[in-house]
Design a binder for this molecule. Structure first.
Ligand SMILES: [Zn+2]
Length: 79
């Protein structure tokens, strides 16, 4: 079963729970205050992955390669 991370809206406790994928968005009781007002957080793995992609893109425009910048980006870095 995958591990999901939840956060309580009432007391802001963060906690993990092993749940079936089908139950991931079902209400779950907060271990801190016993309330059911919790929401699921984005998985840590995908968050780190997204950040890596953004950092790796740098200031290139998408048509540049790591060894050669396009005219637009070459002019930008020359400034
Ligand atoms: Zn709580």
């Amino acid at each position: 079963m995958p591990l999901y991370e939840y956060k309580c809206i009432r007391c802001e406790t963060r906690f993990d729970a092993l749940r079936a994928m089908a139950d991931a968005d079902d209400p779950i009781e907060c271990p801190g205050c016993g309330g059911a007002e919790t929401h699921r957080l984005i998985s840590l793995f995908s968050a780190v992955g997204d950040e890596g992609v953004i950092a790796g893109a740098g200031d290139s425009c998408g048509s540049c390669t790591p060894s050669a910048s396009c005219a637009t980006c070459a002019a930008k870095s020359a400034r």
